[in-house]
Design a protein around this ligand. Structure first.
Ligand code: FPP
Length: 215
């Protein structure tokens, strides 16, 4: 979800305002994705590296995480959406952790849809975390044991979309992205629309995925 800062700047507003409007788009865009047949989406809210930004911005985004959960809790329940926050959550205040855990617990048995937020998430962190968890139970790590302990388990993204004009992965799902399709949009995240989602899905459907095979 890149581009909140530039979007706000273009309006003469603060970065915080950009994040606030950006966060208000998350559930709406998730719904648009599900209407087109997507069952799982992960929104990259904060990378491990974003945590080096100034304290006020980090704290503001963590509060947005809390208020988004509170605002959409009943939507998660009504629409049977399993909710999860992935990433290293150890730096979050207890009050926010409790709200996350409550939403995760109350939705854990749903299987129709999955809405994940990646917060203080990095692909490097995910792989190292999975390796450490795997080593607690196994003498040696192989492909299956490592996948089992990744924050996504073995559900890999078919498609990764980055808004904001840059063409890079910025430490997102490095392991899981092995055969993902990529789409990079110039649109700044707060401006993303249902039309953009429709065109992303249309492009995806017209891509032949080969997974290294000859077709
Ligand atoms: C990247 O834009 C965006 C972020 C680092 C934060 C994304 C956060 C949200 C959309 C709000 C939080 C949402 C939830 C659900 C917690 P940038 O700040 O790097 O923008 P720029 O490249 O234009 O400066």
């Amino acid at each position: 979800m890149d581009g909140n800062g530039r979007w706000a700047k273009s309006l003469g507003q603060s970065r915080q305002y950009g994040h606030q409007v950006g966060s208000s788009r998350v559930y709406e865009i998730f719904k648009a994705c599900t209407e087109l047949g997507c069952r799982t989406a992960t929104f990259f809210a904060m990378s491990s590296e974003n945590m080096n930004r100034n304290e006020a911005e980090i704290s503001f985004i963590s509060q947005l995480l809390k208020s988004s959960i509170n605002e959409h809790f009943s939507d998660l329940i009504d629409n049977k959406i399993k909710f999860k926050v992935i990433g290293d959550l150890s730096s979050l205040p207890n009050k926010i952790l409790e709200i996350i855990q409550h939403a995760e617990n109350e939705t854990k048995n749903f299987s129709a849809y999955n809405l994940n937020i990646a917060y203080n998430y990095g692909g490097h962190w995910d792989i190292i975390n999975a390796a450490n968890l795997a080593l607690l139970n196994h003498k040696q790590i192989n492909y299956e044991t490592l996948c089992k302990y990744l924050s996504t388990s073995e559900n890999y993204p078919d498609l990764i979309v980055r808004t904001g004009g840059y063409k890079r992965l910025s430490n997102f799902m490095l392991w899981q992205a092995a055969y993902s399709e990529f789409q990079f949009l110039d649109v700044l995240w707060p401006d993303i629309s249902k039309n953009d989602i429709e065109s992303i899905f249309h492009n995806y459907e017209n891509t032949q995925r080969k997974f290294g095979l000859v077709k």
